[in-house]
Ligand binder design. Sequence first.
Ligand code: ADP
Ligand code: MG
Length: 352
Amino acid sequence: MTDSPFQDPDTRTELSALGEFGLITRIAERIQLQQASSVKGIGDDAAVIDPQGMHQVVTTDMLVEGIHFDLAYSPLMHLGYKAIVVNLSDVYAMNAEPRQVTVALGLSNRFPVEAVDELYAGMLLACGNYGVDLVGGDTTASRSGLIISITAIGAVKREDIIYRSGAGSSDLLVVSGDLGGAYMGLQVLEREKAVFKETGAQPDLVGHDYIIERQLKPEARKDIIALLHTLDVRPTSMIDISDGLASEAMHLARASGVGVRIHDDKLPIDPTTYSTARDFNLDPSTCALNGGEDYELLFTIAQADYVKVKGNPSITVIGHMTDPDRGFTLVDKNGGEHPLQAQGWDALLKRG
Ligand code: ADP
Ligand code: MG
């Protein structure tokens, strides 16, 4: 853990030594386009993409140092990886295939060329893993640390698009993977950072690998899109979980004009998440409901499809949609009913 990497003047190349065009050339040299739809990448005034008769989906996410990440414990390579993945997650949530990304960077002079190299190593690793081309971007100076804005472009046959608004009032609510891990990983990292600041002790992350990876190097659930295809299940509505399950479930319900009931005892929680939450005196269910940054897929399916998903270890039925007048409800382990509350973290309030 460190407050300022890349301080050693012997191994540090200032950005000014390379200049903006030198930096862009350096980035471009590392990129080989994979997608047939990428007609032109970096090097002209704009990239050129062939939509190949498909609908295109476009989504942007911005990550700001001090708001969305902390370089004291986020290695730049992981940060680059995560910055790409969170955008791809939004594309998968439309049931689309991500194909291209563009990357806009605000860089302060704290960052040498080596830092940019690491960031792009992470971004290009993610691009390679998901078969996506980095086709352009923008580079500017920043006075307030690192800013990364990424736009992802995907394609989908028009009849295959899945919106948030398609849930029926008797559909089942299903989630992939497990929940609350990224949030608990963040709690561990924040705790170890505080210890480091006070005592200089290096972080003790033993036994927390899973949740720390969930926080620092998440994956987008491309595999779930493929699985649903294999199972011949077509979700009626879908969203990815960036802010927290409760918040996203309410987005689906509101957009679809239905109610929703989530069963507390059905929430998929990894044992590491569970025990760490207990260590922090937090309720594991609350972490799963409101933690955020899990990047799992939350979707609804027709009841008739239940037999196809039943018992599958990658997805869990956690509740169902209802008539709109029944509202948004959390059912506890004793059958008690509580209004579902979205405490998903608001970037401006919680970390600003
Ligand atoms: P302009 O001044 O016309 O906006 P730029 O000099 O910003 O052009 O960009 C030149 C080319 O380099 C474009 O293809 C652009 O998409 C690409 N580019 C610029 N910055 C980045 C970056 N940080 N990452 C990837 N590509 C970039
Ligand atoms: Mg530009």
